[in-house]
Structures are given as structure tokens and as C-alpha cells.
Design a protein around this ligand. Structure first.
Ligand SMILES: Cc1ncc(COP(=O)(O)O)c(C=O)c1O
Length: 367
């Protein structure tokens, strides 16, 4: 990652790729394949980032980057034929699920929701499906899906498998190697890593799919700005150390929280008692940096807990260097099966003892 996407080693060349702020590119003849032409088709600042994400996801082709994770989600869903059937997680990222429901309400597709941790139950829903949408671990319930088994069943059923790999990052899980056809990222999260840029990405197993998606991006215009692409590449250079530290912090905090008398529930696939633990241990290199907890209080007490935090930042999103915390049911759109008092923690790279001390005093404030 540190070396990915560097300019050619020529005398006096810059170490970092330059940012190209140009909406258009000079030409008089018919454009040749690969020409930039106009910045909705391509921009030199995208290239090193797309190459780097493609490499990290073990794709045979460069990734495609988008204006946001949701733009990438929308592009992936555009592969569903009109009236097609899509199987999605009941507790996945609510933006993706809302988009699928909205497309369904317009007759574009049929959305079928499943508990992804139930492999057999999900496979049973794949008959006649065109697309299987996976998140693993899911946002926010951290359920773990058996990607290899589900992608194989989807292939047999004639469906494409998409994995939203935002929570795991390619360092902890490579869905294309497990049989998925596409990987989607909200690069806003861990890939960018500093809560300063919105960006999305798709990596593909089959370069022909890239061509289809590239056409869709040109036509729909959900392109990334050069500044955002450059910032994301800069963030990507530290992905390995950020993820290593954040995952270590998350594991340690999950263990401490599980033993704290003021905590009634902790969800983290790294805890041996977690329902997704065995599968995650097999499928992932480590368990990620997001966990969920309940502080044994009602919603008002949970909000007192959030207000009392001083190191953790109460804000939506995840995957940045700073630790963020959010009660997901503050959104009316979040499914009722997610506990009202459940708080999602995105663990950052601060000192674990600072994070712990802050949690302990805030848990007391909640009681
Ligand atoms: C798992 C997941 N996928 C996709 C998205 C959408 O990404 P963005 O906010 O960059 O549009 C999010 C955002 O929170 C997410 O958590």
C-alpha cells in the first residue's frame, strides 16, 4: 500500500502522483481507447487509486471509484435486469436497503430480505435470483455471512454476488477470492480513513463487468473529484497500520466491555461467544474495528452515556482514525429488530486506555 500508485521512478519525478484539476483534455482526432478525453470518462488522478484498490481486492482489473459509497451501491444494483430478484441482508447498511426498497416500489426489482448468518435459509431464497447482496460483518448488527458457500450457491442459481466489504477492508477479507463477482466499498470509511472525504469503489472478478460499470458511470455521472481521489490514496497508504491498531483496540475493548457489570450486551465477532465468531475466524484475517454494545439502560440512559463521552465522538460513520459512536435507532429508517438501545462503536487508533477510561465514566453516567 505504501508503494502503490507511485509515479514512474524518473529523475526528479514527484514521489506522489499530482492532482489533475482539468475537466477536459486536448485532442483533435477520434478518441482512442483509454484516452481521458473529458473528466467524466477518466482523470489521471483516479488511476493510481483505482489500480491500488484493484490490487488490494485481488481483482484482475483496476477498481472503479465513485462519488460516494452509495453511488457505488447504486451502480452495482444497476446490474439487476428490470424486474429482477435481489436477495439482501435484513440488517445491512440502511442506505443500500432503502435504495433496494425504493427500486422495488418503482417496479424495477423485487427485494427479498434474509438473515445472512442463516446460510441454508439464504440459499433457499436464491432460486430465480439475479443478484445476492452480502455484507459481512453487517452494518450495524455484525452478523457474519459464509461468503464462499453463499457465492457458490448464487453462481449455481445464476445470480451475481456482490459483497460490501466496507467493514472488513481487503486487508481482513478478500471476497473475490471467496467467489464473489463484485466488491463494493464505502471508501469514505477505512480506505480513506480520516473522515475527510466521501468516496466509493467497486472491484470486479471479471474485467467485462468493469466495462459495463464504466459505461454506467460515464452515463450516470457519479464520478469522484480529483481532490477526493488523491486524499483517499493518501489515506490508503496508512491502511495497514491504522487497521492493525484499530483492530487491536477493538478486540481489547470488546473483552473488557464483556466483563463490565454496567454493560448488558456486546456484539463483536472476535469474542469467542459471539454467534459469528467461528465463521469469522475462518473467513477473516482479524475481526474488524466495529463493535456494538448496550449499557443496560433505556434510551434516555443510553443518550446520557453518549453525551458523557469526551474522547469518543458522537457522530455517524466509521472507519476513521478517531473513534465514533452512534445509537443507530436514532434513525426511523433503521429496522425495528435492531435494539433501540444498541450503540455502534467505530474504534479508532487512540490509546486503548484513553478509550476505555472514557467508556467507563460514560457507562456510570448512564446508570
Ligand atoms: C457498509 C456501508 N456501505 C455503504 C455505505 C455508503 O457509503 P457513503 O456514505 O460513502 O455513501 C455505508 C455508509 O455508512 C456503509 O456503512
Amino acid at each position: 500500500m505504501v508503494g502503490l500508485g507511485r509515479p514512474e521512478r524518473l529523475h526528479d519525478a514527484p514521489v506522489n502522483p499530482p492532482i489533475v484539476f482539468s475537466s477536459t483534455f486536448i485532442g483533435t482526432q477520434a478518441p482512442a481507447p483509454g484516452d481521458y478525453l473529458y473528466s467524466r470518462y477518466g482523470n489521471p488522478t483516479w488511476d493510481p487509486l483505482e489500480a491500488a484498490i484493484g490490487t488490494l481486492e485481488a481483482s484482475p482489473a483496476p477498481a472503479l471509484i465513485y462519488a460516494s459509497g452509495m453511488a457505488a451501491v447504486a451502480a452495482a444494483l444497476s446490474l439487476v435486469p428490470l424486474g429482477g430478484r435481489v436477495v439482501l441482508p435484513q440488517h445491512g447498511y440502511n442506505g443500500s436497503l432503502s435504495l433496494a426498497r425504493e427500486l422495488e416500489s418503482r417496479g424495477a426489482l423485487t427485494a427479498v430480505f434474509t438473515d445472512l448468518s442463516d446460510t441454508e435459509g439464504t440459499i433457499a431464497l436464491l432460486t430465480g435470483a439475479d443478484l445476492l447482496w452480502l455484507e459481512s460483518p453487517t452494518n450495524p448488527m455484525l452478523e457474519v455471512a459464509d461468503i464462499a458457500a453463499l457465492a457458490a450457491a448464487a453462481r449455481t442459481a445464476g445470480a451475481l454476488t456482490v459483497v460490501d466489504n466496507t467493514f472488513a477492508t481487503p486487508l481482513l477479507q478478500r471476497p473475490l477470492e471467496l467467489g464473489a463477482d463484485l466488491v463494493v466499498h464505502s471508501a469514505t470509511k477505512f480506505l480513506g480513513g480520516h473522515s475527510d472525504v466521501l468516496l466509493g469503489a467497486i472491484a470486479v472478478a471479471d474485467p467485462a463487468l468493469r466495462e459495463t460499470l464504466w459505461q454506467h458511470r460515464v452515463q450516470n455521472g457519479a464520478i469522484a473529484g480529483p481532490m477526493e481521489a488523491w486524499l483517499c490514496l493518501r489515506g490508503l497508504r496508512t491502511l495497514a497500520v491504522r487497521v492493525e491498531r484499530a483492530v487491536a483496540n477493538a478486540g481489547e475493548l470488546a473483552r473488557r466491555l464483556a466483563e463490565h457489570p454496567g454493560v448488558s450486551n456486546v456484539r463483536y465477532p472476535g469474542l469467542p461467544g459471539d454467534p459469528g465468531h467461528q465463521l469469522a475466524a475462518r473467513q477473516m484475517k482479524a475481526f474488524g474495528a466495529v463493535l456494538c454494545l448496550e449499557v443496560g439502560a433505556d434510551v434516555a440512559g443510553t443518550e446520557r452515556f453518549l453525551d458523557a463521552l469526551r474522547v469518543w465522538v458522537p457522530a455517524t460513520s466509521l472507519g476513521g482514525v478517531e473513534s465514533l459512536v452512534e445509537r443507530r435507532r436514532r434513525y426511523a429508517s433503521e429496522p425495528a429488530s435492531i435494539p433501540e438501545t444498541m450503540v455502534r462503536l467505530s474504534v479508532g487508533i487512540e490509546h486503548v486506555d484513553d478509550l476505555w477510561a472514557d467508556l467507563v465514566q460514560a457507562i456510570e453516567a448512564a446508570q
